[in-house]
Design a protein around this ligand. Sequence first.
Ligand code: FES
Ligand SMILES: [Fe+2]
Length: 398
Amino acid sequence: MVSQTGFPAAPVDRAALARSLQPFGESVMLPPAAYVDPAVFAWEQKHFFGSGWTCVGFSTQLAQPGDQRAEPAGDGSVLLTRDEDGTLHAFANTCRHRGHELLPCGSAEQRNSIICPYHSWTYELSGELRFAQGFKAQAGFDSSAWGLAELPVTEWHGLIFVDGSGQAAPLADVLATLDEIVTPYEPERLVIAGQHTYDAAANWKILTENYHECYHCPVIHPELCRVSPPKSGENYPAQGAWIGGWMDLRDGMDTMSLDGTSLGTPLRRLDAPGLRTVVYVNIFPNVLLSLHPDYVMTHRLVPLAMDRTMIECTWAFAPEALDRPGFDPSYAVEFWDLTNQQDWAACESVQRGLSSPHAQPGPLSREEDAVYQFVTMVGRGYLGQQVWNPGAKAPAAS
Ligand code: FES
Ligand SMILES: [Fe+2]
């Protein structure tokens, strides 16, 4: 079909999608195939994660010239480098000789050139082929024709995004309205002091949908409900390639921790409401950004299979908090590690439940409006359309 994005439609039943795209209050969830069908997963890897902006890591992971890192992106992986001038580059992680990966996915390196581990072809950090053993004497070999395939890359508040298609609208434009919300937290200034990597037996969308509602909180998160009222807050209107909202802290609670106490430092640019709320936003397709008065938690989702997702979760604090003698980030890390595990257990059960041949898409409660926004983003994407609401303000909507 012809589409705004140039994508083909996903292999998902049109009538079922039409039901998911009905107005809020009348719609139902995506059909189970969206969560259990490998063909849908393959389409998503190609069109949601392999095209358009996908988060592949943090700027601090590539802070110095010579830093290199390979990360999964869609069906392949990308090689990130910081060159001598401080410019960040992203390349398809495949050697121009015979295709060996330049770095194993998930690994990092620090050196002033990129060296393929197979036959030692050597590239500049900016991607040009510097040396190919034995080719100097080969008539007609033009090394300038064999540089690495470069992909658009951009940094946004300390997160690195790559566009596998080379066609996406500027990320800053599609996140313009989110920028106003995130800027006071200065995530790019914060220091990661805690990290967990999870491997959840659930589809990435189930994890995201779960993030977008607190309808489940009174049932599975007693610790969370002690510090934040589950029915508090609101969601923002849909205005770009992101979704989210905020929740309040209970009186007397300073942050999300087991007893509501902060052992960190309030982030220096927050106003009074910022110090009493926690903001939860999802940058489509794979970042969940949780902005607290004293730390920022980031979940980066990396889909591994239709029913399996790697989740890289980090906790970042103000440098002045880390400078305090005896600073210990575990007040935040332990609270969310417990909550994360409660969430993953629920999501894994949803994955198993949706695998039943009798599973049917269910309705959404009034508290699940952000889930609705997410489902309709995915549904529009499946139809080959731009994922965010065409009626919403998105400056670079193409
Ligand atoms: S495949 Fe990289 S040098 Fe041969
Ligand atoms: Fe939860």
